[in-house]
Design a protein around this ligand. Structure first.
Ligand code: CAA
Length: 265
């Protein structure tokens, strides 16, 4: 498949490329273990939003490098800030923006996935991990707590007892344990984790685009709403899809025993 740069955007901290209908955004700050500074997060969010709005893209992958997906928010940037600065800068809002993307995002994780890195991975819709991946929320060791959703998302995924232990001790878990706890979708040898994530993303990007977005929104409603409201989102999205050409095409193709031709309309 063709690998092309999206545009000559002046990104300093992320690399963006396309593989067919998949957009790949790589965190590129290896000297700082891919620590998620505010400028880096701003670029990451901008790159993801552009891909999210691009009809030629069906799914995204976010990755780091083999040594670190990301070792957390940038501690050096945060060390001297005041609560008022944190509040007015709204730095952590950038993390929320990742959770608001309409298209599926897969985190391809190797090495350290700590603090804000783990929170970023959990904001993605699925995680493909290398055997060397380690997940943790070590903020307690620097006198704070997870601030980008870690206490909430980790607890929903792992359950109270395990989340409590990880957040209160600051200890981390390996990829196999993360798989057993349902934090990650699959664990593969380190040389394969990115390919595997791209393959999964390509498979999703080949599905009818409207149905993919509607399904993502409905599944995410589980965490954001009570059951009755979540069921309403699902029902509304199900009905709405019957106004799309892809629904007619998908069902006609099934009846006619042929492959569907998705238009995203
Ligand atoms: N912020 C800023 N710089 C970081 C960083 C971070 N989160 N993590 C690593 N770095 C820097 C180191 O300071 C070091 O820089 P120098 O070469 O200039 O000294 C470089 O990256 C390499 O790191 P180490 O030498 O520490 O590498 P290591 O292999 O010995 O250890 C590590 C790796 C265990 C991941 C260790 O770097 C570490 O513990 N990092 C911090 C993890 C952490 O506490 N994360 C939570 C941050 S707070 C947060 O994320 C809040 C939130 O919820 C949003």
């Amino acid at each position: 498949m063709a690998r092309t740069a999206v545009k000559a955007l002046p990104y300093e901290h992320v690399l963006v490329r396309r593989e067919g209908r998949v957009g790949l955004v790589q965190i590129n700050r290896p000297k700082a273990m891919n620590a998620l500074s505010t400028p880096l997060m701003a670029e990451l969010v901008q790159a993801l939003r552009e891909l999210d709005l691009d009809d030629a893209i069906g799914a995204m992958v976010v990755t780091g490098d083999e040594r670190a997906f990301a070792a957390g928010a940038d501690i050096k940037e945060m060390a001297g800030v005041t609560p008022m600065e944190l509040l007015t800068r709204g730095s952590l809002d950038l993390w929320d923006a990742v959770g608001r993307l309409a298209k599926p995002v897969i985190a391809a994780v190797s090495g350290f996935c700590f603090g804000g890195g783990c929170e970023l991975a959990m904001l993605c819709d699925m995680i493909v991990a290398s055997e060397t991946a380690r997940f943790g929320q070590p903020e307690i060791a620097i006198g704070v707590i997870p601030g980008a959703g870690g206490t909430q998302r980790l607890t929903r995924i792992l359950g109270k007892a395990r989340a409590m232990e990880l957040v209160l001790t600051g200890e981390s878990i390996g990829a196999r344990e993360a798989l057993a706890y349902g934090l990650v979708n699959r664990v593969v040898p380190v040389e394969l984790y990115l390919e595997e994530a791209l393959k999964l993303a390509a498979k999703i990007a080949g599905q009818p685009p409207l149905a993919v977005k509607m399904a993502k929104e409905a599944i995410n409603a589980v965490d954001q709403m009570h059951l009755d409201e979540g069921l309403q989102v699902e029902r509304k999205n199900f009905y709405l899809l019957f106004s799309s050409e892809d629904q007619k095409e998908g069902m006609a193709a099934f009846v006619q025993k042929r492959a569907p031709n998705w238009k995203g309309k």
